[in-house]
Design a binder for this molecule. Structure first.
Ligand SMILES: Nc1ncnc2c1ncn2[C@@H]1O[C@H](COP(=O)(O)OP(=O)(O)OP(=O)(O)O)[C@@H](O)[C@H]1O
Ligand SMILES: [Mg+2]
Length: 232
């Protein structure tokens, strides 16, 4: 349906997150309002302490806002309990981490197949889909390598294959090039560009303005507040 394409994947409506340390309250996000359209490639960029990880945790359904409303892919997330959050997380979000977070003594193929287990997909089908995701990322000849037998850039591509294998509504990447040299980092950003061209929705969180430039829109966080700047 064409009307679906216009629906935002993410709606944050006056979202705040205050960390309650008993004696002090630390406001980490203040009244953040943000829409991310289906198919958009958005960077959230800000200096240390600006609220990026707090934002990532909320967008990724790892944490709930203290106040405000968060709707992800049509689902009001702020109303869910922990089980509900976990379900939305595994169904709707593909995570890409700075340190890859791969299972160490496990092949690329099994690493990529793992998220499908939580969706009840049978083993044969899991491996078939994992292989196909790895092949799409140019790792068809590395299926049975374990992470320590792969370069950093290759490990991150395994991480991206794992994020894609469930066909999530949203790819959420937290400093995905932070551990890579500039060449591998550029390759990973190019890969995100390709995925975006294929219609994927990507939110990339970074402190690095040069990395943010790979996205088609950047939102700047300062002291837990958003300052939007649209580039052409
Ligand atoms: N669990 C917590 N308890 C209390 N305060 C916290 C907690 N986590 C973060 N904060 C505070 O909230 C603010 C935002 O922190 P956050 O970790 O989101 O920043 P960041 O942009 O990810 O920084 P960095 O680039 O250094 O990772 C900071 O002032 C931080 O001290
Ligand atoms: Mg952080």
């Amino acid at each position: 349906m064409s009307s679906l394409a216009a629906e935002p994947i993410i709606t944050l409506d006056e979202v705040s997150r205050v960390y309650d340390l008993g004696k002090v309250q630390v406001p980490a996000l203040n009244d953040v309002t943000l829409n991310v359209a289906n198919g958009e490639f958005l960077a959230i960029v800000g200096p240390s302490g600006s609220g990026k990880s707090t934002m990532m945790n909320i967008l990724g359904c790892l944490d709930r806002p203290t106040s405000g409303r968060y709707v992800l892919d049509g689902q009001p997330v702020d109303e869910l309990d922990d089980d509900g959050l976990a379900l939305v997380r595994s169904r709707s979000i593909g995570f890409v981490f700075q340190s890859y977070n791969l299972l160490p003594r496990t092949s690329a193929l099994e690493n990529v197949a793992t998220p499908l287990m939580y969706q009840g997909v049978g083993r044969k089908e899991r491996l078939r889909r994992a292989q196909s995701a790895l092949e799409r990322l140019g790792l068809g000849d590395r299926l049975h390598h374990i992470p320590s037998e792969l370069s950093g850039g290759q490990q991150q591509r395994v991480g991206i294959a794992r994020a894609l294998v469930t066909e999530p509504a949203l790819i959420l990447a937290d400093e995905p090039t932070g551990n890579l040299d500039s060449h591998s980092g550029a390759e990973v950003l190019e890969l995100f560009g390709d995925l975006h061209a294929l219609g994927r929705t990507i939110v990339l969180i970074t402190h690095d303005g040069a990395v943010a430039a790979a996205a088609d829109r950047a939102v700047h966080l300062r002291d837990g507040q958003i300052q939007e700047a649209v580039r052409e």
